[in-house]
Design a protein around this ligand. Structure first.
Ligand code: HEC
Ligand code: HEC
Ligand code: HEC
Ligand code: HEC
Ligand code: HEC
Ligand code: HEC
Length: 497
């Protein structure tokens, strides 16, 4: 009689199936693991299979083996199957069958434990990786991921800002992450994803892990080149300015220094996106409180309730540190200044801005529509210019399409006008949410709006007739003059398109 290796109980269909499944998954895991290990870079889908999808199948396979055995044991015990064997569990080391089963069990468990340890470590790393957050769900995170890859933070992992350190936040984020994965599978997530992100951690526990708020910056220089809508209309206009991040601007304490080293600022916003601010409190180092309210604020008489009050931190100014979807006008200005779009093409700025700002349903549709409509315009309306400069026009159109693909995401509805950037004041109210000169104390003191508080303009004008003054120049409104500025704020007229 040929003797079997294991107890009779293991010879059943369920256990065979389990063993087959486990063996297949095991081999597959080894291959994928090796690929992940040696490929040197992480691939979202490879990781998804190796560390999230296959391990549970492997475990199911392993579980099926004893389940099959138990089932058979039970059937034998209750006489469903006729078998002479004793229906009880005894481990008898004298018995060759038992020694084999025990040997397989011990070796199997050891391999399994090692794989679990390595696997959960890799799974942890994998779910913390940029490729997991940024590329697994593909369309959902595409806007944030694309903008992130072009930002100063492209080497900072998503989780460093979105989760930070500590077990509590880790669990918290994995739970809300699981909810988001479910929403993605059920396809019922919001498009665009709403901001502000409600459970974002205070900047003190994320940004300040890398950036020290007390760092003293010398003035940061910014240079802007603006183009008129039609090159025939006016020459281009340049502004060079010094941003007083850490003090220095005409007796001001500076943008960072004032807000952080000496002061704490609290505010109440009337809307979800925190764009309308009606109550502001600053507390200085000595603990003296100053309260400012906007015109018509509901909090002039009664103070707001505590749950409405937010403590200002980095994100209230740097709201798009890593996902900056820029507006058409500055994007096109920059491409023209860098020569990616030839600035001599007639009406190219207004045509490009209009094509970018238009709403489309999908990216391929947008790309085709932008190319077709601009080509049609130049071939038909600017026929003689087009005939002489076809190459320039076509290159310009491709540059506009490239701009579109990096800043506009119609499938998710992500674009500049749904995600206001709070760092400036031209396109969205930004600093002027408070610094509009209309937020006052009961005594009449306002939050400064004077143009030289935050920056000094040191150069402005057309490149061949630049005015220059290191002590600062009064702002001259490009192309249209200063008359239009009376009684308005910049974002009343400028919306980026
Ligand atoms: C430098 C820090 C930082 C990094 C790195 C970062 N984010 Fe963000 N993220 C933010 C901030 C700040 C917000 C906006 C918060 C707000 O306004 O409430 C945000 C918002 C988001 C939003 C909400 C929608 C939106 O566009 O505002 C998503 C989704 C997002 N991030 C995904 C990611 C992904 C995916 C990565 C990695 C590829 C990543 N983030 C990396 C800081 C960061
Ligand atoms: C893990 C470290 C890390 C974290 C967390 C982090 N940053 Fe940064 N940050 C960097 C690095 C690195 C740079 C790039 C420096 C360079 O390229 O010179 C940078 C650059 C910046 C810059 C200037 C560059 C630019 O043009 O945008 C700002 C502003 C900034 N970070 C703000 C923030 C804010 C706000 C947060 C929190 C939401 C944050 N950072 C979180 C590491 C970090
Ligand atoms: C009151 C608004 C405000 C707050 C709050 C604020 N910043 Fe800034 N920060 C600015 C402005 C304005 C600049 C100048 C650069 C610009 O305009 O983009 C700047 C510049 C910077 C830079 C240098 C950027 C460069 O181009 O090199 C870093 C880094 C930075 N901030 C980090 C932080 C961090 C971290 C916090 C929170 C601790 C913070 N900021 C809070 C307004 C603010
Ligand atoms: C939530 C309201 C609020 C926002 C938004 C805000 N600030 Fe302020 N800021 C204040 C208050 C309040 C003060 C005055 C503090 C005091 O009472 O002494 C101040 C003071 C300043 C000062 C010092 C002015 C001086 O004369 O000493 C600078 C510079 C400054 N802010 C820059 C900025 C910049 C740049 C932005 C936009 C990126 C900005 N602030 C956004 C509320 C705000
Ligand atoms: C509370 C601070 C603050 C005040 C007051 C202020 N600015 Fe600014 N301004 C900024 C910041 C911050 C930026 C830079 C935005 C960025 O980094 O993109 C900026 C940018 C600009 C730019 C360049 C815009 C662009 O993106 O092309 C111009 C022009 C300008 N300011 C003019 C003015 C004028 C005119 C006034 C007076 C009515 C004024 N600013 C008052 C903070 C201020
Ligand atoms: C009453 C409407 C109005 C207001 C208010 C206004 N602007 Fe303008 N601005 C215009 C118009 C119109 C143009 C010309 C657009 C063109 O020909 O390209 C312009 C052009 C500009 C340009 C150059 C064009 C470009 O490429 O962006 C800058 C910079 C600018 N304005 C800054 C400001 C600043 C800063 C403020 C606030 C202090 C402001 N504007 C307020 C209407 C306005």
């Amino acid at each position: 009689m040929n003797k079997r290796l294991f107890s009779e109980n293991f010879y059943n269909r369920t256990s065979y199936l389990g063993a087959l499944l486990a063996a297949l998954m095991f081999i597959l895991e080894i291959v994928l693991f090796a690929m992940d290990f040696f490929s040197g870079y992480s691939n979202g889908y490879l990781g998804l299979f190796t560390y999230m999808i296959l391990p549970p199948i492997l475990i199911i396979g392993l579980l099926l083996i004893p389940i099959g055995a138990l089932q058979k044991h039970y059937q034998i015990k209750h006489g469903v199957l006729q078998n002479k064997k004793l229906p009880i569990f005894i481990i008898d080391l004298e018995n060759q069958e038992h020694r084999n089963a025990l040997g397989v069990f011990i070796v199997g468990t050891a391999i399994f434990l090692i794989m679990t340890a390595v696997g959960s470590y890799k799974a942890f790393n994998y779910t913390e990786s940029v490729s997991f957050c940024g590329t697994t769900c593909h369309n959902v995170m595409k806007p944030e991921y694309t903008a992130y890859m072009g930002s100063a933070h492209a080497r900072v992992k998503c989780v460093e800002c979105h989760i930070g350190s500590g077990a509590g936040w880790y669990v918290h984020s994995k739970l809300s992450g699981a909810r988001q994965v479910l929403k993605t599978i059920l396809n019922n997530f919001s498009r665009p994803i709403p901001v502000p992100v409600r459970d974002l951690r205070p900047a003190k526990e994320t940004c300040e892990e890398c950036h020290w708020p007390g760092k003293s910056f010398s003035a940061i220089e910014q240079e802007h080149t603006y183009f008129p809508n039609d090159p025939g209309e006016a020459p281009r206009w340049k502004i060079r300015m010094l941003m007083h991040v850490s003090g220095g601007g005409n007796g001001s304490a500076g943008i960072h220094a004032h807000m952080f080293n000496n002061n704490t600022i609290y505010y109440v916003a009337d809307d979800d996106q925190r764009q309308k601010i009606s109550w502001v409190k600053s507390v200085n180092a000595a603990g003296v409180e100053t309260i400012y309210t906007s015109k018509g604020s509901p909090y002039i008489k009664a103070a707001p309730s505590v749950d409405k009050i937010r403590k200002m931190d980095c994100i209230d100014c740097h709201s798009r540190p890593s996902h900056h979807f820029q507006a058409p006008v500055p994007l096109v200005d920059r491409a023209m200044a860098e020569g990616r779009i030839n600035a001599d093409i007639p009406l190219i700025k207004s045509k490009a801005v209009a094509a970018l700002a238009k709403k489309y349903i999908t990216e391929p549709e947008a790309v085709d529509a932008i190319r077709a409509s601009l080509l049609k315009y130049y071939q038909e309306q600017q026929a003689s210019y087009y005939a002489a400069h076809e190459k320039d026009v076509r290159a310009g159109i491709e540059a506009i399409i490239d701009i579109y693909q990096h800043n506009f995401f119609p499938e998710m509805g992500s674009r500049w006008d749904v995600y206001p950037d709070n760092i400036g004041h031209l396109i969205s109210p930004g600093c002027f949410r408070c610094h509009d000169g209309e937020h006052r104390t009961p005594g009449g003191k306002d939050i400064s709006r004077s143009c030289d508080r935050c920056h000094t303009i040191i150069e402005q004008g057309p490149p061949d007739k630049l005015q220059q003054n290191i002590n600062g120049l009064p702002f001259e409104h490009p192309f249209v003059g200063n008359d239009s500025l009376e009684g308005t704020t910049c974002s009343d007229c400028h919306n980026g398109s």
